[in-house]
Design a protein around this ligand. Structure first.
Ligand SMILES: Nc1ncnc2c1ncn2[C@@H]1O[C@H](COP(=O)(O)OP(=O)(O)OP(=O)(O)O)[C@@H](O)[C@H]1O
Length: 243
């Protein structure tokens, strides 16, 4: 498999002088196209920073980030905004839907922002994949939390992005609803070849991924293929995440 995201020697330092914090230290890693990757690590280990740098939401202090062959370093803010709109999708813990818009309007918002129109067949496929047929005229407040996150996932998919990034996408959901959403993400990877990269604190969530990257103190210290929740929990305990 080819890498759709590639980080080489990526470092990120926040602040200057004595108060400087090294959030990422020389991180080099590739994310294979069509894979589901979980990113784990203790609080403050650099997970969000990793996700933001990989997605073009934040600019590394040094190193190279490539997305689908495009080098992000050196891009100006306008080019990065364009790239974020068209080539990456985001799913956050808070669903970030617009209350006044219908489900369909929320889903198609990234297309309108990018100045393109919805491909009806793809929109229908996305809506049915996330199980929202018959709800497209509803407003977010009329939906459950799990359904709202499904809208956010559909919104992330609608531009056919190279990668969908999730920052604790199940963090605000109860256990059963979280499992439904994780199953959906798994199906999207398996069924459409979409690449998903997800930060999570939850070993059960990580077990839905093909591989887990473990961060500690700004470095990737380990990875695990075919993760189980038990193996992930054990690895996290050794990292001192829960002591
Ligand atoms: N904007 C910022 N300014 C200064 N320091 C920051 C900033 N963002 C993150 N940091 C610091 O960088 C380090 C990594 O933070 P990051 O949010 O990436 O970690 P994380 O693993 O996602 O943590 P958590 O699991 O608690 O969300 C932390 O020490 C944090 O305090």
């Amino acid at each position: 498999m080819t890498d759709v995201v590639r980080l080489d020697a990526v470092s990120k330092v926040y602040g200057k002088g004595q108060g400087a914090v090294a959030a990422l230290r020389e991180v080099s890693v590739g994310i294979p196209r069509g894979s589901f990757t979980a990113v784990m690590g203790p609080s403050g280990s650099g997970k969000s920073t990793f996700l933001h740098c990989a997605a073009g939401l934040d600019v590394p202090s040094s190193g190279s980030v490539r997305l689908g062959g495009t080098e992000l370093s050196g891009m100006d803010e306008t080019a990065l905004t364009e790239l974020r709109r068209r080539r990456v999708g985001f799913v956050f813990q808070a669903f970030n839907l617009i209350p006044a818009l219908t489900v369909e309007e929320n889903i198609t918002l990234p297309l309108r922002l990018a100045g393109t129109r919805a491909d009806r067949a793809w929109l229908d496929e996305v809506v049915s994949r996330v199980g929202l047929r018959g709800r497209t005229g509803h407003r977010p407040a009329q939906l459950s939390g799990g359904q709202q996150q499904r809208v956010a996932i559909a919104r992330a998919l609608v531009t056919r992005p190279e990668v969908v990034f999730g920052d604790e996408p199940t963090g605000a959901l109860d256990t059963m609803t979280a499992r439904d959403v994780l199953t959906l993400l798994r199906e999207i990877v398996d069924g459409t070849g979409q690449t998903v990269v997800m930060v999570t604190h939850d070993p059960v969530a990580a077990s839905y991924a093909d591989a887990v990257l473990f961060l500690a103190d700004g470095r990737i210290v380990d990875s695990m293929a075919a993760p189980t929740s038990e193996k992930v929990a054990e690895r996290m305990t050794r990292l001192g995440a829960w002591v």
